[in-house]
Design a binder for this molecule. Structure first.
Ligand code: WQD
Length: 342
């Protein structure tokens, strides 16, 4: 019988893609999600793709009593992948107390239960946002972290510190923090993907919703950056590649290959693309003309960032496989299926 993995936030964007990879690899998965930013129907789509519907319980991990009760009833959990968090950068500026309470208390409750019930392994969903605007590119895992641009980003940084200090205090704990660059795209089946509630904050869902006619135009936030075409550069990584990295991290922990107790890995492609290159790439793969307008920079945005992926390549034996065009097309196929566009 393969190990049982808890995936918190498993009905979310990256979480759902990771559940598919875990189940396809033969793991037993249980999902906990409060459904505050995702839909329970995702479980049916996960089943359609992987042939299995994960076990599911709905509650907030920020609730200590419910979290303890859950772990008390599931003593056979071999590892945890912790995605569940509030993650809208702009919203976090408006609601910092909610973000600190939800994102920090959830991790603290999980770690308390790991110590209490003897669950060693945790993979934590972190973000390249902890680097701020790096002084030197590409970014390695030893690039100094900077003050976060938002309360959201600060919860990622603080949670990394909480995990590292917990591992130091409780040597039975083993933690891996995965710093995502910019996750984009959808599963090739177009059965799962990114479904932001309300107006999308992120670039690619805004592009696909504009192409689908839900938004009248895409606003490009600034073309006066110090980049070849003036628009900001990011390292966009396919969400399925990202999901597969979580499978590798889990196996690293279960096989006790995690050498130092707490490890950090950058999950990017190593390539940076500008906003305008993403727009042009989308137009190329879809044959559509995107209606966009260049406006002022967005407050809090950094100019450019992309990953040095050497450590993840060498230590995890993982690298992003899917190219930008395939990934943008997967995002469009997903949007078309969700909107019923042929
Ligand atoms: C990308 C680029 C925008 C929307 C954030 C978080 C990060 C991670 C990914 C959670 C920027 C430009 C965007 C639009 C635009 N989230 N843009 N018009 O800000 O790099 O990263 O989301 O983990 O932690 O910080 O991603 O997709 O919002 O922006 O021009 O309508 O697209 O200015 O240059 P970002 P993004």
């Amino acid at each position: 019988m393969n190990s049982k993995i808890l995936v918190t936030g498993g009905t979310g964007y990256i979480g759902s893609h990771t559940v598919v990879e875990l189940q396809t690899a033969g793991y037993e998965v249980i999902v906990v999600d409060d459904l505050s930013n995702s839909n329970i129907d995702v479980l049916d789509n996960i089943e359609q793709i992987s042939g299995k519907k994960p076990a599911f319980e709905q509650f907030s991990l920020a609730d200590a009593a419910k979290t303890d009760d859950f772990f008390n009833r599931h003593r056979d959990i071999a590892a945890i992948i912790h995605f569940a968090a509030s993650k809208a950068v702009g919203e976090s500026v408006q609601l910092p107390l909610h973000y600190y309470r939800n994102n920090l208390v959830s991790l603290l409750n999980i770690l308390d239960c790991q110590v209490k019930y003897g669950i060693s392994n945790i993979v934590f969903s972190s973000s390249c946002t902890v680097y701020g605007q790096p002084d030197k590119l590409p970014v390695t895992e030893t690039t100094p972290r900077k003050d976060a641009e938002s309360p959201y980003g600060n919860t990622k940084r603080v949670n990394e510190d909480i995990l590292q200090d917990a591992v130091r205090a409780y040597p039975q704990l083993k933690g891996i923090a995965l710093r995502y660059f910019n996750p984009i795209g959808a599963h090739p089946s177009a059965l799962i993907g990114e479904l932001p509630l309300g107006i999308p904050q992120n670039l690619v869902p805004f592009i696909t919703q504009t192409a689908a006619g839900l938004r009248s135009e895409l606003l490009v936030f600034g073309d006066d950056y110090d980049t070849p075409d003036g628009s900001a550069i990011r390292d966009y990584i396919n969400v399925v590649d990202l999901a597969k990295a979580h499978l590798v991290a889990i196996e690293r922990l279960l096989q006790n290959q995690n050498k130092t107790g707490y490890e950090v890995f950058n999950l990017g492609t190593g390539n940076g693309y500008s906003v305008l290159e993403i727009v042009k790439g989308f137009e190329k793969v879809t044959g559509l003309k995107l209606n966009y307008r260049i406006v002022e920079r967005r407050a809090g945005d950094i100019e450019k960032i992309w990953a040095d992926t050497t450590f993840a390549n060498q230590e995890l034996g993982w690298k992003a496989e899917k190219g930008l065009e395939e990934t943008l097309l997967s995002a469009w196929n997903w949007e078309k299926r969700v909107r019923g566009i042929r």
